[in-house]
Design a protein around this ligand. Structure first.
Ligand SMILES: [Zn+2]
Length: 231
């Protein structure tokens, strides 16, 4: 009788330990799900306040150009023959649309990368224009050094480059430049000046990771205690 009682209490104790295991496993799964979501690329993208501050700076710069840059103004001179100009997107040119081959096109994009000297004379430069939409398509623009000199900021990791509108002739296979797909600029207009992009080190973004490591340590402790009890 007493032996049976002892056996049943031992059995109950084992049952209680077993009941704790699903709970601990559920906690572990929860921590993993949270951890994965915390470390997803979205969490590392620009935080909303950074995005809004970077958008705030160009609008504050928008006021001065109205009076300032007269030699960069676009439309008045270009409009008379605009019936032969195609307003193209950079991705159209990037996808080598034959429709635009040898046509006068006008594209707008961010000047990115390097200002490269074209040839040995130093009269011409290569500037890369990148689409400002999500395609990030690019086109190589062949322009005079004078035109290229107007572009103050070239986009890179720490800089939003100048937004530039280029009107010129698109060559799918340029005979002048070894068959390169390029755009020979007639006119270059700065639409919006570039500015530095701040990539702030934000300690708050590390908090979910730290909490997750702490939960992991606690779970490890709980599991080791449970295993010892089961022996
Ligand atoms: Zn060319």
């Amino acid at each position: 009788m007493s032996a049976r009682g002892a056996a049943s209490t031992a059995h109950q104790g084992e049952g209680a330990a077993k009941a704790k295991r699903p709970l601990a496993a559920a906690l572990l799964v929860l921590a993993l799900v949270w951890g994965v979501s915390a470390f997803s690329p979205f969490a590392w993208a620009q935080s909303p306040e950074n995005a809004s501050s970077s958008e705030a700076s160009p609008s504050s710069q928008e006021a001065p150009p109205a009076g300032g840059k007269t030699d960069n103004d676009l439309d008045e001179q270009l409009l008379p023959d605009s019936s032969f100009i195609y307003d193209a997107s950079i991705v159209d040119l990037y996808e080598a649309d034959t429709y635009y081959d040898n046509q006068t096109v006008r594209v707008t994009g961010e000047a990115v990368g390097d200002n490269i000297r074209a040839g040995i004379s130093g009269e011409y430069r290569w500037i890369t224009l990148q689409a400002t939409d999500s395609t990030f398509a690019e086109v190589s623009v062949f322009m005079t050094s004078e035109q290229a000199a107007r572009i103050a900021e070239l986009g890179n990791y720490g800089t939003r480059g100048d937004i530039v509108s280029v009107q010129g002739t698109f060559h799918l296979v340029c005979s002048e430049h070894d068959g390169l797909t390029d755009l020979h600029a007639d006119s270059v207009t700065i639409i919006d000046e570039g500015y530095p992009i701040e990539h702030e080190f934000n300690v708050r973004e590390f908090i979910p990771g730290i909490v997750m490591v702490a939960i992991g340590a606690i779970l490890l402790f709980v599991f080791s205690r449970l295993r010892e009890r089961l022996r």
